[in-house]
Every structure is written in structure tokens, then in C-alpha cells.
Design a protein around this ligand. Structure first.
Ligand SMILES: *Cc1c(COP(=O)(O)O)cnc(C)c1O
Length: 473
């Protein structure tokens, strides 16, 4: 087929399959129904000598993955912290692939470089971050941590007279990292990737509300005042969505010359809501912030955002010049701020989602999902055989399930909780994940899909109640 006409049939097939998938989400199982063996046997076709027609590839693919997809793009999924995709974001993501720009330089993708500039400004505005902060659109919060911590490493060591970009870490003053014990594992991976060393992380205990107390950070800072220090604060921790008291902790850390990094993978989005933004008071004083687009903003994977208050440190840790690259004099080259070289134009989906929702739509999304989380958790916690563990303050809450035996121990309740979660997944009606929180197995409830509505909440509560009734000893 001619290159000019060969795309249409396959893209039209893909469109038909996609629309069917999305429209059926309300009726299909949220849990995968295919087994590992089934998926392997279907997908492990022989790598043929001769290729297959594009439409055939797509039809086969859709048939082969049937039952192997998790219904996380729909409204009945409440595990981990996973958003769906808004219509404009999804469509823009498709166009991003069709345009297939290399969004590394302005020269290799001018429109996408400009889109990212605009996304950066819009995001800083929505999230209440300093207008002068630099930013990078990365694959997710994991790489946002890496990007921000690379800037932190550069700045903290350069204040000690050490150019880490040239000299590396061998022989450098070691950086101490203070973090609450509620950090997400992606932070530790960033620490490892950057050679900062897990042994240099000091975990500090949180209070009953999951926040790092001021006196705890103060005494930790004073323990080794001479060491260059990075402080990790949490804007929405993974279990209960708690926020550290930024307005008190950040000035304290700064008095000791520390760099303060905020993990706000989903929680930073509370800033977009007038009723929730109080959780972030003082957060704008930090040195760097990491968040996601693919969680609460509901853009497709992969999409995270890194922001750095000191553009010089950020630029020094990422930028590169080579004779074969064409650098723009007045435009923004993404590669000066990003850890990747060749990269997809991932600003396009963000741009589309922000335009589609608008300020009001984003505030609504945050408030609506928080409201659904609250209803869902309170109703689940009130079921016979359930216990409320954390009433949501934002979009995260916890419940657990109790073994009805009169002499049931903590271990029995843990087992019961895991068994009920497994039972819920089997129904295909709704999907939750487990966690261990303060030594107890719990079921996590996270609402961040734009599609979740009252009917989804009702359906989830009914499904959980049925499992509890049917499995009561
Ligand atoms: C999801 C999450 C991360 C990791 O984000 P990715 O986008 O998956 O890389 C980091 N921190 C918190 C609090 C999270 O919820």
C-alpha cells in the first residue's frame, strides 16, 4: 500500500477497538479474567519470517489481550493511586504518536517545545508554585524525583565547593537525607540512582496524623549540622494522604541550609481546589516538587512533572551541548531540563487535559473524587464485619475487615482483610488493594478517576457487602 493511504485502515480499526473497549468498561470485569498461562500462550506467537498486515496485527492484539487488562481506566477502580484518561488527553496522546516528534529540542519538535513551555506555566499556576521555578515533563513521579534530586545534589555539593557534575561523588562530602518514614519507595530509588546511598537516609517518625512533627525534624537537623542535607516532605502520603506542615518545616530546614524536596505525586493537586489548598500552606517555599499527570489529572501514562525553585541548579545538572545539536536561542529545549534525550512530546496530553478541564474542572475533579472517597470509605467502614481505619481528608482512606471469631487475634484480622480483598477482586465489580499501615493489614481506598460517580460508589459498596455476607464464618 502507498504510505499515503496505508494508515487509514489500521487507525480506523484501532479507533473502533478503543471505543468499544471504553464504552464497555461499565459492563466488564474490573479485575483481569485471563490467566498468566492464557496470556502467554495467546501472545507468544512465533516471530514470523514474514510480517503480518497492520490491521491483522491490531485485531490479533486486541483478541489476545482480552481479559488481560485491568479496568483502571474506568470508574470502579480504587487500588493504588491510578487515574484514567480524559477524552481530550487520550485523543491528544494518540496525535502525539501520529506526529511522532522528538521533543528533545525546539529544532526537532517546535510546537511541542512550546506546548511544554505553556504546560510548565499553567502547572505552576495551578499548583501554587513559584512562577520562576524551572520544570521538566518526565515519565512519572519516579523520574521527577530523580530530576529534582539531581538538581539538589548539584546545589548542595556546589555550596561545599564540590562540582559533582565533573568530579562525581567519590570523595565528595556525603549528603544526609531526612525523611518521614511514610515516604514512597520511588524516592529511595531516586536516592540509589543518584548514588546518594540509602544508608544516608534517616527515617523520622510521624505523628498520629501522619505528619512529620516540627520538633522531630528540628532535632534531626541539629544532630549533624555541618552535613549537607536534603529533607523530603510529603504532600499526600500513599496510605492516608497526609501533608507535612510545610509552613513550619521548610523555614526550619532552610535555616540549616537544607534543600527541601516535596513528594506530591498526587497530593500536590489539592492546590488546584480552593477548599483543599490549605493542606499545602507553605509548600511553595520548598526547593523542588515532584508530581504526576497520570494520576489525579487523568492524562495517559507516562506523565510526571518536576519543578525546581533554582533553575540554575536544575540546568547545571541536566543540560548538555553537542556540536550536532541545534540549540534554540530564545526557545526552551526540553533536553536542558529532562533526564531523557530522545523523548515523546508528552506535554501534548497535559496541554489537552488542562484545556479540557479548565481551572474549574480541575477543582471539581479534585473535590468530586475526595467526596466519593469519603462516602466510599465511610460506607465501607460501616458494613458489618468492617472497621474504619482512616477517614479520608483528601482522596485516600483505609478500612479493614475483622475475623468474626470471639478470640480472633490481630493476625486473624490481617488474614481476613486479605481474604476479603481477594474475594472482592474475584467479583470483577470493583478493585481495591491492600497495605500494611501501623502494623495492620488494611484495604486502601483511592479515588482519582474522573469517571467515578455515585453509581460506581454504590456498586462498590454492594459488592464488598456481598463478599462480607457470603464469607462470614
Ligand atoms: C505513585 C507515587 C509515586 C511514584 O510515581 P510514579 O508516577 O509511579 O513514578 C511517588 N510518590 C507517591 C506518593 C505516589 O503516590
Amino acid at each position: 500500500m502507498e504510505p499515503t493511504t496505508c494508515y487509514r485502515p489500521v487507525l480506523e480499526r484501532a479507533l473502533a477497538h478503543a471505543v468499544t473497549y471504553l464504552e464497555n468498561l461499565r459492563h466488564t470485569s474490573v479485575s483481569p479474567t485471563a490467566t498468566l498461562a492464557e496470556l502467554r500462550s495467546r501472545l507468544a506467537r512465533p516471530l514470523a519470517e514474514r510480517g503480518v498486515r497492520a490491521s491483522q496485527v491490531i485485531d490479533d492484539l486486541v483478541g489476545d489481550v482480552a481479559g488481560g487488562l485491568v479496568g483502571s481506566s474506568g470508574g470502579r477502580f480504587f487500588a493504588w493511586v491510578i487515574g484514567g484518561s480524559t477524552p481530550a488527553a487520550l485523543a491528544a496522546d494518540w496525535l502525539t504518536s501520529a506526529w511522532d516528534q522528538n521533543a528533545t529540542l525546539y529544532a526537532s519538535g517546535p510546537a511541542e517545545a512550546v506546548i511544554e513551555e505553556i504546560c510548565g506555566d499553567w502547572l505552576k499556576d495551578l499548583l501554587g508554585l513559584p512562577p520562576k521555578a524551572s520544570f521538566a515533563l518526565v515519565t512519572g513521579c519516579q523520574m521527577a524525583h530523580v530530576t529534582c534530586l539531581a538538581a539538589a545534589r548539584n546545589a548542595l555539593l556546589s555550596r561545599q565547593g564540590w562540582d559533582v557534575e565533573r568530579k562525581g561523588l567519590a570523595g565528595a562530602p556525603s549528603i544526609r537525607i531526612l525523611s518521614s518514614d511514610q515516604r514512597h519507595g520511588s524516592f529511595e530509588r531516586a536516592v540509589r540512582l543518584l548514588g546518594l546511598g540509602i544508608d544516608n537516609v534517616v527515617y523520622l517518625p510521624v505523628d498520629d496524623e501522619g505528619r512529620l512533627p516540627v520538633d522531630v525534624l528540628a532535632s534531626a537537623l541539629q544532630a549533624q549540622p555541618e552535613r549537607p542535607t536534603l529533607v523530603l516532605l510529603q504532600a499526600g502520603d500513599i496510605n492516608i494522604g497526609s501533608y507535612d506542615p510545610f509552613d513550619q518545616l521548610i523555614p526550619l530546614a532552610h535555616r540549616q541550609g537544607a534543600w527541601v524536596h516535596v513528594d506530591g505525586a498526587f497530593g500536590l493537586w489539592a492546590a488546584a481546589s480552593p477548599t483543599h489548598r490549605h493542606f499545602l500552606r507553605g509548600c511553595e517555599l520548598a526547593d523542588s516538587w515532584a508530581t504526576d499527570g497520570h494520576k489525579w489529572l487523568n492524562v495517559p501514562y507516562d506523565c510526571g512533572y518536576a519543578f525546581v525553585a533554582d533553575p540554575k541548579a536544575h540546568h547545571a545538572s541536566m543540560s548538555h551541548r553537542a556540536s550536532y545539536l541545534t540549540h534554540a536561542a530564545d526557545a526552551r529545549d526540553p533536553m536542558d531540563w529532562n533526564p531523557e534525550w530522545s523523548r515523546r512530546g508528552r506535554g501534548v496530553a497535559t496541554y489537552a487535559a488542562l484545556r479540557e478541564l479548565g481551572r474549574q474542572g480541575i477543582a471539581d475533579l479534585v473535590e468530586r473524587t475526595c467526596r466519593h472517597a469519603h462516602t466510599l470509605v465511610m460506607r465501607l467502614g460501616a458494613l458489618r464485619g468492617a472497621e474504619l481505619m482512616w477517614e479520608p481528608k483528601i482522596n485516600q482512606g483505609l478500612v479493614r475487615f475483622l475475623d468474626p471469631g470471639s478470640d480472633a487475634t490481630g493476625a486473624d484480622h490481617d488474614r481476613r482483610t486479605d481474604a476479603v480483598i481477594a474475594g472482592i477482586l474475584k467479583t470483577g465489580e470493583t478493585f481495591f488493594g491492600g497495605t500494611t499501615w501501623r502494623g495492620k493489614r488494611c484495604m486502601r481506598v483511592s479515588v482519582c478517576n474522573w469517571q467515578t460517580n455515585e453509581a460506581d460508589v454504590d456498586r462498590a459498596v454492594e459488592a464488598v457487602n456481598r463478599v462480607l455476607e457470603e464469607t462470614r464464618a
